[in-house]
Design a protein around this ligand. Structure first.
Ligand SMILES: [Zn+2]
Length: 248
């Protein structure tokens, strides 16, 4: 897999008449790959993939979609090397479903987004050959049974947009819960709300990514259980309210 810029440089060099041998030596790309790029262009490789072609990427929305994908998303291969990206959403939250659709459309605007309904669940689905380019975490088996590390370019995007990434994580595998308590003050019973955020995931790697992104926005967390993270301090909850908020 090569970056779009490498491919662009190679195509420009071929157009300028440089030999395949020379370009291959200079860029470290095999001659077979160079020939493939030359011969399949422009109808072969999709021109709109941000990773293996020249397409742009809506990075803020991608960070959000990456959070949703790590929480409740999956890729599955269909016919002709097309992949389905599915984000499973609880049907109780139409806002979450609409946001998942918007994030997918921002990242892959040229195809429609579908809704597949099941009991209590709506999957937001989009078909594209290049979803694995954007989610290199894709692989066989459950996410918690394999490594879930971000590629360098993904980390760079999340480092710039930790808020949308956390929104995706907490809205898929987390929640904002409002705990109540009463206290008697000067003979009067008063009711207090103690909101907090919870995030649960069986993958230690995904929990670690959540912790990393929280640290980027200065939010402290605790781990009440191995697979559950809690944000409860008042200022920390207020900061997360700016980026995440309750599901709706
Ligand atoms: Zn691609």
């Amino acid at each position: 897999m090569y970056d779009g810029p490498t491919r662009r440089v190679a195509l420009a060099a071929m157009a300028a008449g440089e030999s395949l041998n020379s370009i291959s030596g200079r860029l470290g790309v095999s001659r077979a790959t160079l020939r493939e790029w030359r011969d399949r262009r422009p109808s072969g490789i999709s021109a709109d993939c941000p990773r293996c072609a020249d397409g742009g990427l809506a990075e803020r929305q991608y960070a959000h979609l990456l959070g949703l994908y790590l929480g409740d998303g999956c890729l599955s291969e269909q016919k002709k090397a097309v992949y389905a990206l599915r984000i499973a959403c609880d049907s109780k939250y139409p806002g979450l479903i609409a946001e998942a659709e918007q994030a997918i459309l921002a990242v892959h605007p040229s195809r429609p987004v579908h809704r597949a309904r099941a009991v209590g669940c709506v999957s937001v689905v989009s078909y594209w050959k290049h979803w694995p380019c954007l989610f290199p975490q894709h692989g066989p088996g459950s996410k918690h049974l394999r490594a879930m590390e971000l590629a360098g370019w993904q980390r760079q995007i999340v480092a710039v947009h930790p808020g949308p990434f956390l929104r995706g994580l907490f809205h898929s595998d987390g929640c904002r819960v409002a705990n109540w308590a009463t206290r008697t003050v000067a003979g009067e019973v008063k009711r207090y709300e103690y909101p907090r955020y919870m995030f649960s995931n069986e993958s230690a790697d995904i929990i670690a990514l959540c912790q990393w992104a929280l640290a980027l926005i200065g939010v402290p967390w605790r781990m009440p259980r191995r697979n559950a993270l809690s944000v409860a301090r008042r200022e920390a909850v207020a900061t997360l309210d700016l980026h995440v908020g309750p599901k709706y």
